[in-house]
Design a protein around this ligand. Structure first.
Ligand code: PMP
Length: 388
């Protein structure tokens, strides 16, 4: 008999499984649950995009692509990025197609982190950042943000967190789990500090298409930031393509080619059929993206307005499809709240603590559900809160 744990790496042993899973598993074992838990669109990928995939299969395009992805797709990404970020990236040398934004984040970290390097992560944040920093051999340094400030990174807090070991910071706007969008002038203040301390930025802009109140501001469009930013994005959210596993990286060639080096050994290339689908998504799918954005905006307004009426204070999230209301008026922890709401009223949400200590006292609700489902969920949440 072998002792498997003897063989596992210390890093893997030290990493905790994602706290979201537990609630999915519990919700999946129950009937009649309305799930506001999952972080994905409720739309099916546009038909023309699915058709482009089918056509590529009919034509027999089933081999590997270039390691960096189909050049035609990289050209489309370059054209699209110029439109939405107002920044040019060379399709040949600066863009790399990845297996979701998830792989893009992993590659970016593995390409830049040496053992002992610190990488700043905003708390609360997407669950993957800190574990991926650790897997890359780095140390995540968390900066707390506050609900009263809509969980926006404060420049003074950033200054304080920087040490001689800091190499990079991961930014995410619009944000998961808070839905917060950083405005251009806020990004400019952060950029000043980044420049002063000569840091790199991994800018996760996976929700770029989903901003509702202001024109989207990409971090790479801020003066001086393109050269020190690895832009990470993909098709999962705005294009409703989570299952296709397609993302990309755009960065100056020294960074993108370093990531390509890892990618060519670890992954070879992103799925070929998904790449053909993504070409169609960028060429002809933008009207559908616009339609989805409008629909999320309508749902956001209804959902967040009602949460506030129920007494769960919630800032109006400017992007993504998450509301992050405070549950501090109840005496429950976010985990207790989520567990009891699921068991007593069959509504699945994610406890804020899953996203970091600063998320305690909040829950994440995805409003990417039908209006009918949202209304029913709100009724149940109202009943639950009144009962407490
Ligand atoms: N970044 C953020 C902020 C996310 O919320 C997610 C998905 N939940 C990802 C990256 C990963 O996206 P993908 O499906 O492209 O891997």
């Amino acid at each position: 008999m072998i002792e498997p744990s003897y063989y596992l790496s210390n890093t893997v042993k030290s990493i905790k499984p994602s706290g979201i899973r537990k609630f999915f598993d519990l919700a999946a074992s129950m009937e009649g649950v309305i799930s506001l838990g999952v972080g994905e669109p409720d739309f099916v990928t546009s038909w023309s995009v699915r058709e482009a995939c089918i056509l590529s299969l009919e034509q027999g395009f089933t081999s590997y692509t270039a390691n960096a992805g189909l050049l035609e797709l990289r050209n489309e990404i370059s054209y699209y990025l110029r439109k939405i970020t107002k920044t040019h990236y060379d399709a040949n040398e600066e863009i790399l197609v990845t297996v979701g934004a998830s792989q893009a984040i992993d590659l970016a970290l593995r390409a830049i982190v040496n053992t002992g390097d610190e990488v700043i992560v905003i708390d609360p944040s997407f669950v993957s950042y800190a574990p991926l920093v650790e897997l890359a051999g780095g140390t995540p340094v968390l900066i707390s943000t506050r609900g009263e400030e809509e969980f926006k990174l404060q420049p003074e807090a950033l200054e304080e967190a920087i040490t001689e070991h800091t190499k990079a910071i991961i930014l995410c706007s619009p944000n998961n789990p808070t839905g917060t969008v950083l405005e251009k002038k806020e990004l400019e203040k952060i950029a000043e500090i980044i420049e002063k301390h000569d840091l790199l930025v991994i800018s996760d802009e996976i929700y770029a298409e989903l901003t509702y109140d202001e024109e989207y501001a990409s971090f790479v469009s801020i003066a001086g930031m393109r050269e020190r930013t690895i832009l990470v994005s993909g098709f999962s959210k705005g294009f409703a393509m989570t299952g296709w596993r397609l993302g990309y990286v755009a960065a100056r060639k020294e960074f993108s080619q370093a990531m390509l080096k890892i990618h060519q050994y670890a992954m070879m290339c992103a799925p070929t059929m998904a790449q053909y689908a993504a070409i169609e998504a960028l060429k002809n799918g933008l009207e559908d993206v616009d339609h989805m954005r409008k629909s999320y905006r309508q749902r956001r307004n209804l959902f967040v307005g009602s949460l506030n009426e129920i007494g769960l204070t919630c800032h109006v999230p400017g992007g993504a499809f998450y509301a992050f209301p405070s549950i501090k008026s109840t005496s429950l922890s976010s985990e207790q709240f989520a567990e009891r709401l699921l068991l007593e009223e069959k509504v699945a949400v994610v406890p804020g603590s899953v996203f970091g200590e600063s998320g305690e006292g909040y829950i994440r609700c995805s409003y990417a559900s039908s209006l009918e489902q949202l209304q029913e969920a709100l009724k149940r949440i109202d009943r639950f809160v009144k009962k407490l």
